[in-house]
Design a protein around this ligand. Structure first.
Ligand code: G6P
Length: 506
């Protein structure tokens, strides 16, 4: 029975499905970054703040309506302190309305550093986003081997140990839902200790072709594939990634039987289902944020910067987002179309990210250099061609999305990209999206966007120009195509596909 009416029949239906799921089995969700970050104030008081990141937002409907446990890494001193104080007991979420209970995985700082700053981000993230310049990088040296053995493996084991502790004493085996590239080995460790658990792993980022995985030592790539195959379901954002995973397992696991038609892998007497679940957004929640007084206040201020044509981008300051090529394309637009001078502006909302990773520091410097070049070359007393906002301010970015005529979303490659889905929900100008063909969202949105190849600076410039010059009728048609898809295939749809598949496994 639905306890609360969520005012949306699809959400009510989802909650009912979830209740069926957790009726007599526990649900345990795992992600590196959790739904709450605790902070210890100077007066010794502990405060809980909603965690950032797409997974947390995506699971909002569940966190507020279902009882389950969420296991995440302790991110800072607050999380560590509250874990110590709770003496191993689960922590009740301090966020009003959240029904979940929390369990933090505390690993020594050195181990976590190797896990996050050496292995997960510079190596796995770069591999899975095809971000290497292979004649020169990566260099899998002793530090990387060490980060696998003394960072990635122990953190994954610690997560699995938390699941095992959580499952102890329960008569029925739990559902274990694991998120993302930080935790590829968890299915294997959990399966060894809790053989009847139902394990689902959702990979949020792209899965490259087997040849690219060859750039990693065999024992690492094979362990990752073998461990993931201990899941019952492995989910991906789009078909291309699911297919690449099937091919990768076929290539690296000689004892695996891969059925490309059915999208299954048989290994060690078990069957793994490979599925596609395109992650999405919650349009009503997004509209609530966009209509909030804080957002409207930002909007008023940002409006003062807008010109006849406003180009917007919203991204983490991250090399895979292709920010530099985006500014190069804009530079070219201003060079080729002097008639646009003082009539176009670019608002770039760039949230600092992974600032301790060297490659990110260098990339941030490069971005700023390009901004200065463009502003110095074309700017006038009355006109700043690019305005940058280097801050992690989601509400301000949403206010910015209300105002675009053109939204530039040109990552080199991206698992999904939610900005491309957020834009049409809040935008008030029937703005156009220039979208990389290589992001997962392109599969769903291609009917309404202007598609570009991410490295094609000339093509990106032309697409921005076409978007600016587009007739009102054409804009309206494309815009309503986009909003239709996003409203229909929203986050409720994403969750429902997964829960139904989990129920069907029984
Ligand atoms: C992006 C990706 C997620 C990933 C997250 C990690 O949002 O889309 O798949 O889990 O980054 O970010 P973090 O800030 O925790 O390194």
């Amino acid at each position: 029975m639905v306890e609360a009416d969520l005012g949306d029949p699809r959400k009510n239906e989802l909650v009912q499905l979830c209740e069926k799921l957790v009726q007599d089995r526990r649900l345990i969700i795992l992600s590196n970054r959790g739904p709450v970050e605790h902070q210890l104030a100077a007066n010794g008081q502990m405060h809980g703040r909603r965690g950032t990141g797409g997974v947390v937002t995506a699971l909002n409907t569940l966190t507020n309506n279902i009882d389950f446990t969420w296991i995440a890494s302790a991110m800072g001193e607050g999380d560590r302190a509250i874990t110590e104080a709770s003496e191993g007991a689960n922590i009740k979420s301090p966020i009003p309305g959240q029904r979940l209970s929390l369990r933090y995985v505390v690993t020594p700082r050195r181990v976590y550093h190797k896990f996050y700053n050496v292995f997960c981000n510079p190596l796995l993230w770069f591999l899975q986003h095809y971000m290497w310049s292979s004649p020169y990088t990566p260099n899998v040296d002793g530090a990387v081997h060490d980060a696998w053995e003394n960072g990635y493996v122990p953190v994954n084991k610690a997560f699995a140990d938390s699941v095992i502790a959580e499952a102890e004493g329960s008569e029925t085996a739990p559902y274990v839902v694991i998120h993302d590239y930080h935790l590829y080995l968890v299915p294997m460790y959990v399966r060894q200790a809790v053989p009847n658990a139902t394990i689902c792993h959702f990979v949020h980022i792209p899965w490259p072709a087997p040849a690219y995985w060859l750039l990693l030592p065999a024992y690492i790539r094979n362990s990752i594939c073998r461990a993931l195959c201990q899941s019952d379901i492995v989910g991906f954002q789009c078909l291309r990634d699911a297919r690449a995973f099937l091919q990768t397992c076929e290539e690296f696991l000689p004892d695996a039987v891969v059925d490309h038609q059915e999208k299954t892998i048989e290994l060690d007497g078990r069957k793994v289902n490979v599925r596609v679940y395109p992650l999405s957004i919650d349009p009503s929640e997004l509209r609530r944020i966009a209509d909030s007084p804080r957002s409207l206040d930002y909007e008023k201020r940002l409006e003062l910067l807008c010109l006849e044509n406003t180009i917007v981008r919203v991204d983490r300051l991250e090399p895979s987002k292709n920010v530099v090529r985006g500014f190069r394309a804009y530079d070219l637009l201003l060079e080729r179309h002097p008639e646009l001078h003082e009539k176009v502006t670019f608002l770039a909302f760039l949230a600092p990210s992974r600032t301790r990773v060297r490659q990110y520091q260098r990339y941030a410097e490069e971005v700023e250099q390009h901004v200065q070049n463009v502003n110095n070359t074309y700017g006038t007393e009355n006109w700043t061609p690019i305005h940058t906002f280097y801050e992690n301010n989601y509400t301000q970015a949403i206010a910015g999305l209300r105002l675009y005529d053109v939204l530039l979303v040109n990552p080199v490659i991206d698992g999904m990209n939610l900005v491309a889905k957020e834009g049409p929900v809040v935008n008030t100008k029937e703005g156009m999206i220039v979208l990389s063909e290589s992001v997962g969202a392109h599969d769903q949105l291609q009917g309404g966007v202007l598609s570009v190849s991410p490295t094609d600076i000339e093509g990106t410039m032309q697409a921005m120009h076409s978007a600016i010059a587009m007739s009102t009728d054409e804009r309206s048609r494309r815009f309503s195509d986009l909003t239709d898809v996003v409203e229909k295939e929203d986050v409720t749809y994403w969750l429902k596909l997964q829960i139904e598949d989990m129920l069907n496994l029984n």
